[in-house]
Design a protein around this ligand. Structure first.
Ligand SMILES: Nc1ncnc2c1ncn2[C@@H]1O[C@H](COP(=O)(O)OP(=O)(O)OP(=O)(O)O)[C@@H](O)[C@H]1O
Length: 787
């Protein structure tokens, strides 16, 4: 009986030893598998690193895009603000411009009116008296002076007669022989503005021959006369007002000789021999015109000068004695000015006459006959007609005899009530010419006494209408242009808005993509870590079981009792119970592992970086070696009632990480019993660990850490024992590990020899099995059962 018991105990011991050896080998294979997993995990980590890097780049891109989008939005809003501001400013400026324009037009009108009133107050016909200086002969002959210039004040002129009687004449201005051309013109210049304002103006020089009429009107090259200076002033003013007015100036030069009009700008004409008879025609209300008269268009003073010179030359050609001839004809310059007001389209046409009259003394002094008499008569007639006209104007006669002479007829426009006239009465200062001087002064006084009516502007209505039509057309064109600009701006704004929307959508899309990638990375990491955790746990359980004290060292009685009372239950629990092998094993290690560095820290950092919610999680206790790769979030898996594996033959590879981790996934405690009816697959997916629940993660992490520590400690302790035993039994550990690696991911189970569905084998079967195993070890694995 005892020997039988002993034999059974020996057998049992042998079985246990075999089992222990297998388990040890399995643990070794698992260790190898863990090593592989670590490598794989390293690979995963590198992938994760890459992903993190990409994620960072994408984040940066996203930030940049967001920044661009924000800037763009800001630009857009700024642009719309600016466009609205610009539009409002433009409309405000347009209104302001319109107001200013209206005001300016009104102010211009007011200025003209006021200016005209000033001139009217001064007199529409003004008379300036100018005396020539003594010439060389007079100085030589010590001619006595008939004019007292020293006592002349405020336009008064004192005439001495034989040094006794005195006569005072009053003029608008008196210029002594010392007055130069500029001084004389200074008082003439205001009339030029009147020409540009549209008033007709006539400036003429009257006086005895040799008193300086031509000098005052034409002047010399060094001292330009009124003609040149007036035109110069005219162009100067026109230039100043060119932004508001458009001007057109033409000049005609003619002479009236023996009551004939000669165009001095037509070459080859001789005095008195007119190739074409020029007549005066009235072409409009108070407007007189000489058809066929050359009107030289001038744009600047050089052209004016050329024209003036041409006229002077033509006048000089016809006479052997130029001065003598010039005294017998009236030289007339007609400057026609057309102006167009660009603001209101008002057009004016004005005329400026610059006349150098023939000498007035000839009639009285000379007793001529023939041609000279005819000349004298004509001069007399024309000057008499001028006197009559002025007299008629002075007496406000209903009839003014303008047509009595060519001179007055030509000057009709500028001597009427709506014009301004300036007469230079030229006198000789000597006693010898006193009678002529007195005649001239009396004539001038008579002229000065004429009160011309209010001046009227020469408005050209047809031009005005034309301008209005043009302005309307240009306004229509402007409105169309503005419409185009507005529609173009509107289109651009819409386009920009669309671009902005697209950019925003792209940003959202990128954010979504980023989120998804982050989740995928998280899931991959979690599942991989869960799988690894499961494997380690399994390894730990088996290692714990293998490290249990051998039954041989226990008292046999104890084993018997166990065998009788609890042995079966224990085996049953170990084989089929829901708890793991490690759970059923009473061996536990409490030794903490030494803290590790590097990988775990790196994982935690990456996790922390990728998932900010994990920021509160405590970093796992530092671990060493392979255990460091286990995920803290994995739970302890419940051992499932898988079919027992009776062979170490490699199992088929599990292709995906999901499949690998599936058998080790944590189960919900309440559903554990339902696995048999197909609930396994559903329950095998990891229980989602909410990111919002760091406590769960922490508790899972602590649990995992303790498991990890235990597992590694066991492995460390068991390894030498297994190796020793395997060396004793001649087992090739490397071969076993290689075989076992193929079955990684499967739950390792305690294999009882001859166990058919958990039943205890009979002795024959057991013996046979041992023999087979011995063969197998010897042949296939090189291992040997130890008794
Ligand atoms: N204010 C003046 N200063 C200097 N010289 C003058 C002045 N006025 C006239 N003279 C000189 O007197 C001379 C005669 O002048 P001017 O020929 O202009 O007289 P006129 O009245 O035009 O004569 P006519 O009627 O014959 O043409 C010229 O030599 C001119 O230079």
């Amino acid at each position: 009986m005892k020997s039988r018991e002993c034999q059974e105990a020996c057998k049992s011991l042998q079985e246990l030893q075999n089992e222990l050896m297998r388990k040890s080998m399995h643990v070794g294979s698992l260790a190898f598998a863990v090593e592989g997993q670590v490598k794989e995990k390293t690979k995963w980590f590198s992938l994760l690193r890459d992903l993190t890097r990409k994620l960072k780049i994408m984040k940066m891109e996203q930030i940049e895009l967001s920044k661009i989008a924000t800037d763009y939005k800001k630009c857009l809003s700024d642009f719309s603000d600016m466009s609205s501001i610009i539009q409002s400013t433009i409309s405000r400026e347009v209104d302001l411009h319109h107001d200013l324009r209206v005001k300016f037009i009104e102010a211009s009108k007011d200025r003209k009116i006021l200016y005209n009133k000033v001139l009217e107050l001064k007199g529409n016909i003004r008379v300036f008296c100018r005396s020539r200086p003594l010439n060389a002969d007079e100085i030589a002959s010590a001619a006595s002076m008939a004019i007292d210039f020293e006592s002349a004040k405020n336009g008064e002129l004192l005439v001495k007669s034989s040094g006794v009687s005195k006569k005072v004449f009053k003029f608008d201005a008196v210029f002594s022989p010392e007055a130069d051309q500029a001084e004389v013109f200074q008082d003439t210049a205001p009339l030029v503005s009147s020409v540009l304002d549209g008033y007709n103006v006539c400036i003429f020089a009257y006086g005895q021959t040799g008193t300086g009429k031509t000098y005052t009107m034409v002047g010399t090259e060094e001292a330009r006369g009124v003609n040149y200076m007036t035109l110069d002033e005219l162009f100067r003013l026109m230039k100043n007002m060119e932004h508001q007015y458009q001007y057109e100036v033409s000049v005609s030069v003619l002479e009236v000789y023996n009551e004939q009009i000669r165009d001095l700008l037509v070459s080859g004409t001789q005095p008195g021999i007119s190739t074409k008879r020029l007549e005066i025609r009235q072409v409009g209300d108070g407007v007189h015109h000489v058809p066929g008269l050359v009107e030289a268009r001038v744009k600047n003073m050089s052209e004016v000068w050329e024209v003036l010179q041409a006229g002077s030359n033509a006048r000089a050609v016809g006479a052997t004695n130029a001065n003598e001839y010039s005294s017998r004809s009236h030289c007339m310059h007609c400057v026609m000015v057309k102006s167009k007001n660009l603001l209101n389209g008002e057009c004016t046409r004005s005329k400026l006459w610059l006349v150098d009259l023939a000498g007035s003394e000839r009639i009285a002094k000379t007793e001529v006959q023939g041609e000279r008499l005819k000349e004298a008569q004509n001069i007399n007639r024309s000057l008499s007609a001028l006197g009559d006209v002025i007299s008629a104007l002075a007496t406000k006669s209903p009839h003014v005899p303008f047509r009595n002479s060519k001179l007055t007829h030509l000057l009709q426009d500028s001597l009427g009530g709506d014009s301004k006239a300036l007469m230079f009465v030229q006198i000789s200062p000597t006693d010898d010419d006193l009678s002529e001087t007195l005649c001239s002064l009396n004539f001038a006084c008579r002229v000065r006494g004429v009160e011309l009516g209010p001046a009227k502007k020469q408005v050209d209505t047809t031009e005005f209408l034309k301008y209005k039509q043009m302005e309307l057309k240009s306004k229509d064109a402007q409105v169309n242009k503005m419409d185009d600009v507005i529609s173009n701006l509107d289109f651009r704004w819409k386009e920009t808005n669309m671009k902005n929307k697209l950019l925003l959508e792209k940003v959202k899309e990128l954010e979504m993509q980023l989120h998804i990638e982050r989740k995928i990375a998280q899931q991959n990491t979690d599942s991989k870590q869960a799988g690894l955790q499961q494997q380690i746990r399994q390894q730990q359980e088996h290692a714990t079981a293998a490290a249990r004290p051998p039954l041989a060292s226990r008292p046999l009685g104890l084993y018997k009792n166990i065998s009788d009372q609890q042995g079966e239950t224990l085996c049953k629990e170990q084989a089929n119970g829901p708890g793991s092998f490690a759970q059923n094993n009473c061996y536990k290690s409490s030794d903490p592992l030494a803290p590790n560095t590097g990988l775990v820290k790196h994982i935690d950092m990456i996790e922390k970086e990728n998932n900010p919610d994990l920021g509160e999680l405590k970093i796992l206790p530092q671990r060493t070696g392979r255990a460091s790769s286990i995920c803290m979030t994995a739970r302890r898996a419940t051992i499932l009632s898988n079919p027992r594996r009776n062979s170490l033959m490699p199992l088929p590879n599990i292709p995906t990480s999901t499949q690998v981790t599936t058998p080790f996934l944590p189960m919900h405690p309440t559903r554990t019993n339902d696995l048999s009816n197909g609930g396994y697959q559903a329950e095998c997916f990891p229980q989602p660990i909410s990111e919002d629940s760091p406590r769960g993660l922490r508790s899972g992490g602590k649990k995992l850490n303790s498991i990890l520590r235990r597992s590694l400690q066991k492995k460390i302790q068991i390894k030498p024992v297994i190796r020793q035993q395997m060396r004793k039994g001649g087992v090739n550990v490397g071969e076993k590990i290689r075989l076992s690696i193929q079955g990684r991911g499967r739950m390792a189970r305690r294999v009882l020899l001859g166990n058919n569905g958990g039943r205890r084998p009979d002795s024959a079967t057991l013996h046979k099995h041992i023999q087979e195993k011995e063969k197998g070890w010897n042949i296939g694995t090189g291992g040997r059962n130890l008794l």
